[in-house]
Design a protein around this ligand. Structure first.
Ligand code: MSP
Length: 654
C-alpha cells in the first residue's frame, strides 16, 4: 500500500475565537500527521476557516463591521494560533479564496449538468446555528438540541441536491467499509439516520437574502448553501481536479471532526462526492466534546477555555499531552486545570522527567557523560525491559491509527514505569562501588539510554519540543518532524562515546494546591500565575520581579494585550479619576480607566488604545472593569498608548 496520509480538521467558523475544542481537533490532526511522518509516510495536513453564511454576516454586524473585514480578522486569529501550539499543517484554506470558489463552482456545475441539482420550493424549519433546515425528528421540545433555539419557519424557492438518489449507495458503502465512519457509535448513528428516507438537500440561498456566499454558476440570483461550499475545501485545497496534490492525497483523506458535524460529514459529503464522480474519503474520525465543569463551554457563563491562556502557563507539551491522554477519542471528557496539573506532576515531572534525569545523571557520574557500550553481562531483566519496549512499540503502532491515543500513551508510560523500576532493582549506585561489576553497570546504563531514546521518539508526535530536547541531549540532533521510528528508535542505535547532556528538568513540578480553575475564570489569576511561573523556574531565580529583575519572554507572553477602539466614555459618578469605557476589541468590553484628570470623556471616543485583556475583573467604585488601558506617565500627566497606524480591534500586541 502507498504510504500516503492526508488529514483535515473542520474549517472553523470565523464567528468565534479559537478555544480548547478547536485546539483539541487540530492537535489530534497534528499528532496523526506527525505519527505518520514518523512511520515514513508522505503526509499532508490541511486546516482553515469557513467564512460564508448567515452566521458570519450576523457576527460581523454585531461587531460593527463588514463580513470580509470580520472574516479577515478572525481567520488571522486562527492562523496565528496554530504555530503557537506547534501545529504542523501544510496548508490553511479560507473559503473566501478564489482557489476555493472556483472549485465549488466547478463541482456545482458538474452535479447540475448530471441532473442532480434541481429547482424547487421548500417550506421547513431553519436553524441559523446549524445553517440548515432541520427535521421534526431532530427537535427536542421544539428546539434545536445543539443550539437550544427554536428554528424559524421558512419558505423559499431554491436549488436542491438530489441526495436521496445516493442513500442506498451510502448505506452499502458504510456496510462494506465498516471503519469508514469511526468509532463505531458514530457509524451506527449515521446508519440509524439512513433508515428513514433521506430528504434532498437545499443547497442555495436567494442572493437578496444572503449575498455573502458563492454564486451558483448556473443561476447567479442564488449563492451556495454553506455546507455545499465548506465541505468542498477538502478537495479544493488539493487543487481538484488535476493538481499534483490531489493526485497524491485523494482519496486517502481522513477527516477529523467532533460529533456536532457528523451529519454533514457522514451523509452530505460522501453523497456530494459520489454525485460529482469523486471517490469517497477513507475515514471520518469523530470525537466527543470537551466539557467544562461537566457543562457545555459557554461564553455567557465565562467557561470558554482559550488554548493560548493555558499552553504558556503549563508548557505547550504538557497541554498537548493532557488533551490526548485525558480524552478517550469518541467520548466526551471534562476539562479541568486540576486534572492537568495532576497529570503534569505525576506523568511528566515524576515518571518521565525522573527517568530521563536519573539516566543522564548516572551516565554523567559513572561514564563521564558519554554513552557507554553494552557490557559483557546481560541479565534477564535487561531482556525483559527490552521486550516491554518492543511490546509498547507494537501497541503504539496499532493504537494510534485507530485513534486510541490514550492507549498508546498508556503503553509508553508502562515502559517508563518499568524502566524506573529497573533502575531501583539494578541499583547502579551499588554496581558502581565494585570495579568487577563495571560491565554490568555499562549494560544497565546503556539499556536505560536506549529506552529513553525510544521513548523520546515515541512521544515526538505528542510532545515535539520535549522529544527534540531529549534526543538532542542524547546526541541525536533532529527536528521532531524529521524523526523516523525505524531509523531513530532501533535498539542499540546510540553511538558509543557520544556525549550526553543532563540539562534542566524536563517538566518542573507545578504547585497542585492552587490550580487555576478555568471553569469560572478562563484567565488564571495573576498571583497564581506567578506561583506557577516560579515553580517552572521561568522567573529570575534570585530576585523578585518587584525589584525590577529581568523576566523571561514566557512571563511577558502571559499578558494578553489587545488593540481596542473606544466606543463610549463617561465619568464614574463621584470620582474625579475614573472613566467608564466601552471598547471594541473584537468583542465589546467595559473597562474602567483612571484617566479622568487627563482626558475628557468625549475626547476618548474613537481613540485606539491598548488593553490588558486578561486582567482579573475588578470593581472600581462599584463599577465592573474587565481589563486595563495602558498609558505612559508623562511629566504633565498620562498619555494613552495607541498605534501609529490603524490596527483592527482585537489585534494582539507584543
Ligand atoms: N465550519 C464548520 C465546519 C465546516 S467543515 C467543512 C464548523 N465550524 S466550528 O467552528 O463550529 O467548528 C466545529 C468543530 O470545532 C467541531 O467539530 C470540533 O472539531 C471543534 N469543537 C468545537 N467545540 C468543541 C468542544 N467543546 N469539544 C471538542 N471539539 C469541539 O462546524
Amino acid at each position: 500500500m502507498e504510504k500516503r496520509f492526508y488529514v483535515t480538521t473542520p474549517i472553523y467558523y470565523v464567528n468565534a475565537e479559537p478555544h480548547i475544542g478547536h485546539a483539541y481537533t487540530t492537535i489530534v490532526a497534528d499528532v496523526l500527521n506527525r505519527f505518520h511522518r514518523l512511520m515514513g509516510y508522505e503526509t499532508y495536513f490541511l486546516t482553515g476557516t469557513d467564512e460564508h453564511g448567515d452566521k458570519i454576516v450576523q457576527a460581523a454586524e454585531a461587531a460593527g463591521t463588514d463580513p470580509k473585514s470580520y472574516a479577515d480578522r478572525i481567520s488571522a486569529l486562527f492562523r496565528e494560533t496554530w504555530p503557537k501550539l506547534n501545529i504542523s499543517h501544510d496548508d490553511f484554506i479560507r473559503t473566501t479564496e478564489p482557489r476555493h470558489v472556483q472549485v465549488v463552482q466547478r463541482i456545482l456545475q458538474k452535479v447540475y449538468d448530471n441532473g442532480d441539482i434541481y429547482f424547487d420550493t421548500y417550506r421547513g424549519r431553519y436553524c441559523v446555528g446549524c445553517e440548515r433546515f432541520i427535521t421534526d425528528r431532530e427537535l427536542v421540545d421544539g428546539k434545536c438540541p445543539d443550539h437550544d433555539t427554536e428554528p424559524v419557519e421558512r419558505e423559499e424557492a431554491n436549488y436542491f441536491f438530489r441526495m436521496s438518489a445516493y442513500q442506498q449507495w451510502l448505506i452499502d458503502h458504510i456496510e462494506e467499509n465498516p471503519d469508514f465512519i469511526r468509532p463505531e457509535r458514530y457509524k451506527n448513528e449515521v446508519l440509524a439516520f439512513l433508515r428513514d428516507p433521506l430528504e434532498d438537500l437545499c443547497i442555495s440561498r436567494p442572493r437578496e437574502r444572503l449575498s455573502w456566499g458563492i454564486p451558483l454558476p448556473f443561476d447567479d440570483r442564488f449563492v451556495t448553501y454553506v455546507w455545499f461550499d465548506a465541505l468542498i475545501n477538502y478537495v479544493s485545497a488539493l487543487g481538484y481536479p488535476d493538481g499534483a496534490l490531489y493526485e497524491k492525497f485523494w482519496p486517502v483523506a481522513q477527516h477529523l471532526i467532533a460529533k456536532d458535524i457528523l451529519k454533514p460529514h457522514g451523509i452530505y459529503w460522501p453523497t456530494m462526492l459520489k454525485a460529482a464522480g469523486i471517490p469517497p474519503y477513507r475515514h471520518l474520525n469523530v470525537h466527543g466534546y470537551w466539557k467544562i465543569n461537566e457543562g457545555k463551554m459557554s461564553k455567557s457563563r465565562g467557561t470558554v477555555v482559550r488554548p493560548l491562556d493555558l499552553a504558556p502557563l503549563y508548557g505547550l507539551d504538557a497541554f498537548r499531552y493532557f488533551l490526548l491522554r485525558e480524552m478517550v477519542f469518541g467520548l466526551d471528557a471534562n476539562f479541568s486545570e486540576d486534572a492537568l496539573v495532576q497529570r503534569l506532576n505525576a506523568d511528566l515531572a515524576n515518571d518521565l522527567g525522573n527517568l530521563f534525569s536519573r539516566t543522564l545523571a548516572m551516565t554523567g557520574r559513572y561514564f563521564g557523560g558519554q554513552v557507554p557500550p553494552f557490557g559483557d553481562t546481560e541479565e534477564p531483566e535487561d531482556a525483559a525491559l527490552q521486550s516491554e519496549l518492543e511490546r509498547t512499540v507494537g501497541i503504539y503502532r496499532e493504537e494510534i491509527p485507530q485513534l486510541a491515543f490514550h492507549k498508546a500513551l498508556m503503553a509508553v508510560w508502562d515502559v517508563i514505569n518499568a524502566a524506573n523500576k529497573y533502575i531501583d532493582r539494578a541499583a547502579p549506585w551499588d554496581l558502581a562501588k565494585d570495579p568487577a561489576r563495571r560491565g554490568r553497570l555499562q549494560s544497565v546504563i546503556r539499556t536505560l539510554l536506549e529506552v529513553n531514546k525510544t521513548v523520546a521518539v515515541l512521544i515526538a508526535p505528542f510532545m515535539p519540543e520535549t522529544a527534540e530536547k531529549m534526543l538532542g541531549r542524547l546526541g541525536i540532533k533532529r527536528t521532531a518532524l524529521d524523526v523516523r521510528l525505524d531509523r531513530d528508535a532501533a535498539w542499540g542505535g546510540l553511538t558509543e562515546g557520544t556525549p550526553v547532556e543532563k540539562g534542566e528538568a524536563l517538566f518542573p513540578r507545578v504547585d497542585a494546591k492552587k490550580p487555576q480553575a478555568s471553569g469560572e475564570r478562563p484567565v488564571p489569576p495573576k498571583a497564581a500565575a506567578a506561583k506557577v511561573a516560579k515553580a517552572q523556574e521561568l522567573s529570575a531565580p534570585a530576585e523578585s520581579p518587584e525589584q525590577g529583575a529581568l523576566i523571561g519572554i514566557e512571563e511577558f507572553q502571559r499578558l494578553d494585550l489587545r488593540v481596542a477602539v473606544v466606543k463610549t466614555a463617561e465619568r464614574v459618578p463621584k470620582s474625579k479619576k475614573l472613566v467608564k469605557l466601552l471598547v471594541d476589541m473584537g468583542e465589546t468590553r467595559q473597562v474602567v480607566a483612571g484617566i479622568g484628570e487627563h482626558y475628557a470623556p468625549e475626547d476618548l471616543v474613537g481613540k485606539t488604545v491598548v488593553v490588558v485583556a486578561n486582567l482579573k475583573p475588578a470593581r472600581l467604585m462599584g463599577v465592573e472593569s474587565h481589563g486595563m488601558i495602558l498609558a505612559a506617565h508623562h511629566a504633565e500627566g498620562l498619555r494613552l498608548i495607541t498605534t501609529d497606524a490603524p490596527a483592527a480591534p482585537g489585534s494582539t500586541v507584543s
